[in-house]
Design a protein around this ligand. Sequence first.
Ligand SMILES: Cc1ncc(COP(=O)(O)O)c(C=O)c1O
Length: 441
Amino acid sequence: MLTFLSAHARTLAPPGRQSAVDLTREAAAARDAADPLAGFRARFTGTDDEGPDRLLYLDGNSLGRLPVETPAAVARVVEQEWGRGLIGSWSSWIENATRIGDALAAGVLGAGPGEVLVGDSTSVNLYKLLVAGAGARPGRDVVVCTADDFPTDRYIVAGVAAARGMTVREIPVDIDGGLDPAALREVLDERVAVVVLSHVAYRSGALADLEGITRLVHDAGAVVLWDLSHSAGSVPTELRAAGADLAVGCTYKYLNGGPGAPAFLYVRRDLQEQLRQPIWGWFGQRHQFAMGPEYDPAPGIERFGVGTPPVLAMAAVEVGVGLVADAGIGRLAAKGRALGALTVALADEWLAPCGVALASPRDPARRGSHVTLAHPQAWQLTQALIDRGVVPDFRTPDRVRLGPAPLYTRFVDVWDAMARFRDLLAGGAHERYPAERGRVT
Ligand SMILES: Cc1ncc(COP(=O)(O)O)c(C=O)c1O
């Protein structure tokens, strides 16, 4: 069923390629010394070990690190607001979803006040907005997604289409290079209601042209729903400038909100009143505490809420969003590109001779903040790297995904991780690991 997969990753460096980056460890250390974001590293737990055997965490694109401030912020909500304030604290909690949503909108997503709501999971938010978007295009019966989108996105698209009698058009994509807008253009016609796409592809890190694709979808009269899970906190999204309709994303990756942290949704302000989401909960109700007999959706972004928000988890999200907003998404994206470029250059130099190939776009401007490498023994390599204190993750079919989150990862961390990767390949210790895959998260 992997027929759409590109016939495997290209070899790393094209012959004769000279790295434009100085690849010494000293040069990496000099870049850290000049890094305007360097001070943020100390604001994360577990970053104080400077030893040569320290943990090199390159999985910030799966689960971000714990901010130092978070335990106290959560404890404050537990001990003071819940412990002492009890039900009286609801007057402040009730604002959480929109207050943190506004901070996320302004500091991270490039959206306006009242356009972002925090709560539920990415999957549930995707479901709500997909149904709402499809409802806004009556008479159209097609949902478009890509053949290589994150599984939850494809499953929800399939489920919504089945429930509404719609047809799914899956666009074939190059799993390393990402979406080709020409392939999207080919499937757009007057039957298409909603197009669901990831801004940064989960497997390769390929970055889609959010503004250009939004325009393309609008020209076809359809609604676009972006999954920003791998972009929020790593690259600018500028939803308002792009005129994007709908978006969802998670807060546990580059936003460092913690495991299972509530997700977010974005709905462009002028669309909010036209849209009806399918889960008619009391947190989406106009006068919630009037306890009225019938559902009457709230006028703004709150109509996309459902039930009681996870108050304790929200406290962690607020800290994570604040850190990213303070760092500035422009500076984070620039550092993320530079860390990625160093990863690719070192892979060209050290890993390519051992059969490792780049499985991401080579141009840093076409990537989010993660880089993916392909090798037939990617599973064994991932396990062996973890045992050597380097944490990437494995992705099917044969990929090692490296996500050096720019907020707390240094250039020397990338250098040291790649050096351990090089030594592992040279020594061949990964060959002794079983080929069968355990649980893949
Ligand atoms: C692109 C993308 N969408 C959605 C999700 C997950 O959604 P949920 O938080 O509902 O599990 C992920 C998780 O890694 C993801 O990478």
